[in-house]
Design a protein around this ligand. Structure first.
Ligand SMILES: [Zn+2]
Length: 313
């Protein structure tokens, strides 16, 4: 039960520990950027913390009890996606063999993302999924069975979604509201049949599952990302371990701020709707593509055949 509220406890507890432990030195450890920028200040506290409660220095010391209701997330500077160019990295098909390495990379970059986990491996990789949540990432469901929901009919699709969500609940996390339909296969009848879900699609498809190549993943990010974009990636593609840190650096160099999908929508993605991206801010504007694209050794772009790639998801 405690893990359910861990996400709400974490930030105020860190602040309290810093305050009790004597201030700026501890703060500096937790906040290597010094909190001098909006994205850094937000990302550091959540993604940079290892996700474990610090052990008390003296077990005999009196316990300081903190009530989670007494601390709002106001302690953490919120990213206002109406004012900055937010973008959300999303990872499907996990949890799997590259999951922990990916979480390590995101932690090193103080970047948060959104994970859409399949039901059965969520149970077998419960520790990884709980770590992702503790690291500050948003957790959504990728359903229980990786099938086209449009082939299941509304009732079957809703059951598939519900079963996937129950797996996340079963390991002690809050019931998810974000659903990434496998292959993006969704229709209005399914949305109407189970409107408690926010059906999160995407407007940047890295095609990573097809190319399995970091430089081609980067090309899609570079060419297609706009303010408010939701970028589709897959935790199961090894090339993402090369592409993700480069993509993060490139996005930040081009004025984007990495947020979770709920943050794209001011804290909660709309339920009963299909969303492809968040709202774009009016100010400040950037022109993506200004910063240098990283060079990735051992890869090269394929010839442009003009063919339309197959659907992902
Ligand atoms: Zn998938």
């Amino acid at each position: 039960m405690a893990k359910r509220y861990w996400g709400f406890w974490r930030v105020p507890l860190i602040v309290a520990v810093v305050a009790l432990g004597g201030g700026t030195a501890a703060w500096a450890v937790l906040s290597p950027t010094g909190g001098d920028e909006l994205s850094g200040a937000s990302g550091v506290l959540t993604a940079g913390f290892p996700g474990q409660m610090p052990a008390p220095a003296d077990p005999a010391a009196p316990t300081v009890r903190l009530q989670p209701e007494a601390f709002a997330l106001a302690e953490e500077p919120a990213v206002d996606c109406d004012k900055v160019n937010c973008v959300a990295l999303t990872f499907d098909d996990g949890p799997g063999e590259y999951g922990d390495a990916l979480l390590d990379l995101l932690a090193e970059k103080n970047a948060r993302a959104t994970f859409f986990y399949l039901g059965p491996p969520t149970i077998t990789h419960a520790e990884m999924v709980n770590r992702a949540a503790a690291d500050g990432h948003a957790i959504g469901s990728h359903a229980a069975r990786h099938v086209q929901m449009t082939e299941q009919g509304p009732a079957g699709a809703c059951e598939n979604a519900a079963t996937g969500g129950q797996a996340i609940e079963a390991i002690g996390l809050p019931a998810p509201v974000l659903l990434r339909p496998p292959y993006g296969a969704i229709n209005g009848a399914i949305v109407a049949a189970c409107p408690q879900w926010s059906f999160v699609l995407w407007n940047v498809d890295t095609m990573d599952w097809s190319t399995k190549d970091a430089v081609q993943i980067m090309e899609r990010v570079r060419l297609d990302t706009k303010p408010g974009s939701i970028i589709l990636m897959h935790e199961t593609v090894e090339a993402e371990l090369t592409a993700v840190p480069l993509a993060i650096d490139w996005l930040r160099a081009n004025g984007f701020v990495l947020v979770t999908v709920p943050e794209l929508f001011g804290g909660q993605a709309p339920a009963g709707e299909r969303v492809y991206g968040g709202p774009a801010p009016t100010v400040p504007e950037v022109t993506p593509g200004q910063a240098t694209v990283p060079v990735i050794a051992g890869s090269r772009l394929p010839p442009d055949t003009g063919e339309v790639p197959a659907a992902a998801g």
